[in-house]
Design a protein around this ligand. Sequence first.
Ligand SMILES: [Zn+2]
Length: 224
Amino acid sequence: MTTFITIRLTCPVCATVFTSQAIGSSSHSGQDSDFRPHSLGLDPLPHYVHVCPHCCFAAFEGDFGSAEPSVRRAVLSGAIDADRIIGAEPRGALKGSSRYLLAARCYENDSRTTTLRQADLYLRASWCARQEGRSEREREAQTEAVLYFEKALEEGEVEDGQLQVILYLIGELYRRLGFFEMAIEYLNRSSAVQTKDSDPRMEALIGRQREAALQGRTENMTIS
Ligand SMILES: [Zn+2]
């Protein structure tokens, strides 16, 4: 069950003071095969990101303390593309996918942001878009997530303990996008990673998604 608390935030870009709904508690049972949790009750995911209703600066609650000059410039110049992302949604009640896409655009202008965080923001945007029934936006966000996950691998940002899961996620996202050869290649690489405490459930999941890719299946699948 999901509970909310009302918080008061001050935008570090334009100084607007506003209230936002944050998550008090939440629980979930099961997940999709790209790790989107199945929440019990209202989906808490959109409410982890807060958006200034005036300038559209978007971030997690803990990052409202300050904004780097490069982030301020991007927000105030319109470079975060807020109008296109938001469309006709009311600014005081944005959908989850819009929140995460705005956050991704803000964080990409912040020098402290890791490539893995960017990948994760787009992955979460794709999860929200799926909930909202926006399949085109889901695919766009999945594509961005894949590119950032691959960049994180190239840059050596992925630690050994995360490697199997990240390779799996890239493979699974390629399967969902219909790039089956890439999906199989990454799922094979994921399967080949030797982990200290090998999880048989992870092995089984990789095998099942590899089979789905071999069969040319793109649909959403779940993990119990
Ligand atoms: Zn603002």
